[in-house]
Design a binder for this molecule. Structure first.
Ligand code: ZN
Length: 666
């Protein structure tokens, strides 16, 4: 699986930060929290600073956000072949239903539709299991023109049960509902791409398969159906391209125009060499204030980790906060040289780690409504090795999460004692932000593969190992005096708050997101469990006074995590980082499998039950996502844009229905 670079989840203490006096600017009266349904809390984010942009920049943002919204239907289809049909049928019913809207069936149906919108399909956005409708099949079929085939897809739990299946030993392609392979088995898909890769450039391989559906024809031949303006998804991509072209004249420099030109050329041809050229131009274009991601990007949705889902974000720099990450980047070589990793796996020269803090202006495709808080792209290994990458953390989203979780009770319920709670209150926000910066700016960019090692040697374990590598790099360095010296950490105690929240999250609280009895599947969660349980096991008896480094303490029938020796824990993080880098650098699949399967997957039933019960009493939604702001172009009589305004009043259902109406090609 290729390198996947971002934090999908909140750092633990963002979830935990309660009763903290806010250190971040908060616009008076801005409403961060919006409606709630199922396991979801909808939030809003504030695009602070938009009004201060120049008209040129605002206009640029305006067309780019149009381009971002036009890709939505692509993702619905990528997530499952029936998703768009089901969405349209359900939206029609939702708008036209003239029965009792308070009846149990309709109420349950409404929740289902809101979940479907949120997940861009009928499977959970995170756990990837299919939703089980709580309205009756009879009721639904009576209200709609639903065929038997579609009814089976919605109501039969055995039909397309998982969007992405990662269970060891099964045919992952045939058993996954995501829509990237038609009639092909896992073995056939792997053989196809093994051949394609063998025939291609070995030194600078394009990301084979990332922009196509792999199809088996009736005569048995297997071929790729490309996603281009005149191929599959052509109508949506044509609208994306149209808006990119409208944006182009308002780009901030010639290089940014070149970025758009390359992206358009790639959308038109599907040529993956052009995509690499685009990626290089994009990562080198660091000057402009406004920037964007638009395209087939991450491969979490493909069980084989090749096919990329469509996403977009438009953003502009947060200049103050960017100073923080620039300082890390400026010292990147120091961090590389001083890491506990074996010398042969280190980069002699850490290249082009550009880092900035941004404010999101719009979220689209696979970044909407559930989103990342940091992004590090591109994903191509050789492009990263030769040209570096662009890394961002998204300040206004992180801020919205932090604001919304204040006073939610997590801290009181799960933190071991007052001392720990105090550390988190005092240092939680600053160390979380720094953890994310270290993870994104330095962690993913560090280390190297030995010559001849296949970058995808770790296969299905690749992304968990990659995330663990980046997290461990962050954890190891959070405790380093260098950060205090650079003025990024307030003092030598602060890192402890992050150690507490990370261990507590990895050992206990992150599993609130998982159904009782299920195991951990998602890469970022596996990574957190792996690190925490590995450190827990290997720290037994290793604290200074002979105690365990990490202890699971039972009090009144409740389990808590206590760290007895923070410095010893840092040493453990260093050891695991060295081992994980070795695994990555040498492509040691067996060691990766063993680490992940031993520490990253299983959840002990009794602990899981206890944590879920305690969590339930807090009545917190485990998942959050964002309603986008609405941008309106103000035009003069000739149709020229004279201003762009932003508003935050559109409701969730209202927004989803408008997107389906205005940004759909059917
Ligand atoms: Zn990451």
């Amino acid at each position: 699986m290729k390198k996947i670079i971002r934090s999908l989840l909140l750092p633990a203490s963002v979830m935990l930060a309660s009763c903290v006096g806010s250190t971040q600017q908060q616009e008076e009266g801005f409403n961060y929290i919006d409606e709630r349904f199922a396991d979801i809390q909808m939030l809003r984010y504030n695009v602070e600073g938009f009004d201060a942009l120049s008209l040129q920049q605002k206009t640029f943002v305006y067309y780019l956000q149009e381009a971002a919204l036009w890709g939505r239907d692509i993702l619905f289809d990528q997530n499952g072949r029936y998703n768009l049909e089901i969405r349209r049928m359900m939206e029609k019913l939702y708008q036209e239903y003239d029965g009792d809207r308070e009846c149990a069936d309709f109420k349950a149906f409404e929740v289902y539709l809101k979940r479907l919108w949120f997940s861009n399909g009928i499977h959970h956005h995170y756990g990837s299991e299919k939703f089980s409708p709580e309205f009756s099949r009879e009721w639904f079929v009576a209200q709609t023109s639903c065929s038997d085939e579609i009814a089976e897809v919605i109501f039969n739990p055995d039909v397309m049960p998982k969007r992405v299946n990662q269970a060891q030993g099964e045919d992952l392609v045939l058993t996954s509902a995501s829509n990237y392979y038609h009639g092909v088995t896992q073995a056939e898909a792997e053989a196809f791409y093994a051949r394609v890769k063998a025939e291609g450039d070995q030194q600078r391989p394009v990301m084979h398969g990332m922009n196509s559906t792999l199809v088996k024809a009736e005569d048995g031949t297997i071929y790729e159906e490309r996603w281009t303006t005149n191929g599959k998804y052509g109508k949506s991509l044509t609208k994306v391209v149209e808006n990119l072209k409208l944006a182009r004249p308002y780009a901030e420099d010639a290089k940014q125009q070149e970025v758009i030109d390359k992206l358009v050329e790639y959308y038109e041809t599907g040529d993956l060499h052009t995509f690499d050229q685009y990626a290089i131009a994009w990562l080198q274009n660091t000057e402009p204030l406004v920037d964007f991601v638009n395209g087939f990007t991450e491969s979490y949705g493909d069980p084989l980790g090749m096919k990329a889902s469509w996403e977009s974000i438009v953003n502009f720099k947060d200049l103050d906060a960017t100073k923080r990450t620039e300082q890390l980047s400026a010292n990147a070589q120091w961090f590389e040289d001083n890491s506990p990793v074996a010398p042969e796996f280190k980069k002699e020269q850490v290249k082009g780690v550009s880092a900035k803090v941004i404010r999101a202006a719009i979220l689209g495709g696979d970044l909407y409504p559930s989103t990342a808080i940091g992004i590090n792209l591109p994903n191509s290994n050789w492009v990263r090795a030769e040209h570096g990458s662009k890394s961002v953390t998204i300040a206004n989203l992180t801020n919205a999460y932090a604001q919304s979780s204040k006073g939610n009770g997590m801290l009181d319920e799960f933190v071991y004692g007052e001392e720990e709670a105090e550390l988190i209150r005092k240092y939680g926000e600053v160390t979380d932000a720094l953890h994310t910066d270290l993870h994104e700016c330095l962690g993913h960019g560090s280390g190297k593969l030995l010559p001849g090692v296949d970058s995808e040697a770790l296969k299905a374990y690749g992304s968990t190992i990659e995330e663990a590598r980046a997290d461990l790099f962050a954890l190891y360095y959070l405790a380093d005096p260098k950060l205090v010296e650079l003025g990024l950490m307030p003092d030598a105690e602060a890192y402890k708050s992050n150690y507490i929240s990370q261990m507590q999250n990895g050992l206990l609280t992150q599993i609130v997101r998982i159904k009782l009895g299920d195991q951990i599947e998602e890469a970022h969660m596996r990574n957190r469990a792996l690190i925490a349980y590995w450190a827990y096991e290997h720290g037994k008896g290793k604290a200074e006074n002979g105690q365990d480094v990490i202890e699971m303490v039972k009090r009144d029938g409740k389990t808590y995590v206590r760290i007895n020796d923070y410095e010893a824990l840092r040493t453990l993080f260093g050891e695991l980082l060295a081992e994980i880098q070795r695994i990555k650098s040498t492509g040691d699949f067996e060691a990766a499998r063993k680490l992940v399967e031993t520490y990253g997957v299983h959840i002990e039933y009794d602990i899981h039950k206890e944590i879920l019960e305690r969590y339930e009493t807090l009545n917190i939604a485990p998942y959050k996502g964002f309603i986008n702001p609405v941008y309106t172009a103000v035009k003069d009589a000739e149709g020229n844009i004279t201003d762009v305004t932003v508003s935050y009043t559109e409701g969730y259902a209202e927004q989803m229905l408008r997107y389906s109406k205005d940004y759909s090609v059917e």
